[in-house]
Design a protein around this ligand. Structure first.
Ligand SMILES: Nc1ncnc2c1ncn2[C@@H]1O[C@H](COP(=O)(O)OP(=O)(O)OP(=O)(O)O)[C@@H](O)[C@H]1O
Ligand SMILES: [Mg+2]
Length: 273
């Protein structure tokens, strides 16, 4: 590269930096090289530069938002084994993954026994929402309660800055793992009430909603008020299947008679079913 070209590149890179085109500023020599190798027209080159800049900006935005969201890593819709869990409604999940429910400020409730993929799928919806440009906050209930208790004395006007209130999507995982005391149940109600029709909530629980009073300090009235708001605009995803965690043990956990032996016989007669 001639000294003259180097000077021109440096001056152009400086202007790119001034305009906030940080990737272009960094990669200018390669972009120019690529354009001459591929014989790009001036318009083709300009288009390529803008396209790459947008790609990198999006990657950076997604990486930062994922970090801020508190979403665990590695749980994606693409990584979900649908053949292992045939009763998970793939069509419904794929529709939810378009994030129309976030746009419409609707909720999603995942119910089902342990290990069937509720948290995995809830997180994967969060990842899709981040990629679609929505703000997302993920909590397991215990951590959320910790934050809500710490903020209990903050006046409502100042609470607006809290991510659990102002994110487009709040994911609360493991809602039924431990019962809340009355103070916590009230704080949870305050949160659900504040987000009602303002922002989406995704919840996972392995207790049926009819047993939710046990979670919320045994208070039927408060639980009804929480459920009323949560379920008004809700997509229910009920997964009733085997635990993925225990998939290696499936053979071991089945009683050997049921797994391998023929049906029991009485007095030499084959019993009919
Ligand atoms: N169908 C699946 N394909 C791939 N991985 C799965 C599948 N189902 C579950 N997993 C994985 O198995 C583990 C348990 O799943 P997950 O935590 O989502 O279960 P859960 O329904 O939330 O259970 P719990 O009620 O105990 O919280 C996770 O590591 C998850 O990524
Ligand atoms: Mg879970």
């Amino acid at each position: 590269m001639s000294a003259r070209t180097k000077l021109d590149l440096d001056a152009t890179a400086e202007r790119c930096t001034a305009l906030g085109l940080l990737h272009t500023a960094d990669a200018l020599p390669e972009l120019v090289e690529e354009a001459s190798r591929e014989n790009l027209s001036p318009l083709g080159f300009f288009h390529r530069v803008l396209e790459r800049e947008i790609e990198r900006k999006t990657e950076r935005r997604v990486a930062t938002s994922l970090k801020l969201s508190g979403l665990p890593t590695g749980k994606t819709l693409e990584g979900f084994d649908w053949t292992f869990q045939p009763r998970a409604d793939r069509t419904k999940l794929e529709r939810l993954a378009t994030c129309a429910f976030v746009r419409a400020r609707e909720n999603v409730l995942f119910l089902g026994p342990p290990g069937v993929g509720k948290s995995h799928l809830a997180v994967s919806l969060g990842v899709k929402a981040v990629k679609n440009g929505f703000s997302v906050t993920h909590f397991v209930l215990d951590d959320l309660m910790h934050a809500l208790r710490a903020d209990a004395a903050i006046p409502p006007a100042r609470l607006k800055a809290k991510r659990y209130l102002n994110s487009a999507l709040l994911i609360v995982d493991e809602v039924s793992f431990r019962p809340l005391d009355r103070h916590e149940a009230n704080l949870f109600f305050r949160l659900i009430s504040a987000r009602y029709e303002k922002g989406s909530v995704v919840l996972t629980a392995n207790k049926h909603v009819r047993d939710w009073p046990e979670i919320f300090a045994g208070d039927e009235i408060l639980t009804t008020a929480i459920l009323d708001r949560l379920l008004h605009h809700v997509h229910l995803v009920h997964i009733d299947g085997r635990s993925y965690r225990l998939r290696e043990l499936d053979g071991l956990l089945q009683p050997p008679a049921a797994a391998t032996s023929p049906p029991p016989q009485r007095g030499g007669e084959i019993t009919k079913s």
